[in-house]
Design a protein around this ligand. Structure first.
Ligand SMILES: [Zn+2]
Length: 71
C-alpha cells in the first residue's frame, strides 16, 4: 500500500500575507487584522482555531486599541 492521503491545512490567523482571493478586514485605527471579507460574509478567525462566519453588516471591537470597527 503506497497510497497516502495528505491533509493540507492552511493557517492564516495572524498577520501573515495570505492568498489574495479575499480582502482583509482591518482595524481602522491600528490596522490589526480583524477578519476577512468573503463577498457578503466575514470570516473571523482566532489564534487557536475558533472560526466564525458572519454576514455583513458586522461590527467588532479591536482587541488592541478598543476601536469599534464596522463593515
Ligand atoms: Zn485597533
Amino acid at each position: 500500500m503506497t497510497t497516502r492521503t495528505t491533509i493540507q491545512y492552511k493557517v492564516s490567523a495572524h498577520d501573515t500575507s495570505g492568498p489574495a482571493v479575499s480582502a482583509d478586514w482591518r482595524c481602522t485605527c491600528c490596522g490589526k487584522l480583524l477578519g476577512r471579507r468573503h463577498g457578503s460574509a466575514i470570516l473571523v478567525q482566532f489564534a487557536r482555531g475558533h472560526r466564525y462566519r458572519i454576514s455583513r453588516p458586522a461590527s467588532a471591537v479591536c482587541r488592541s486599541c478598543d476601536t469599534l470597527n464596522e463593515t
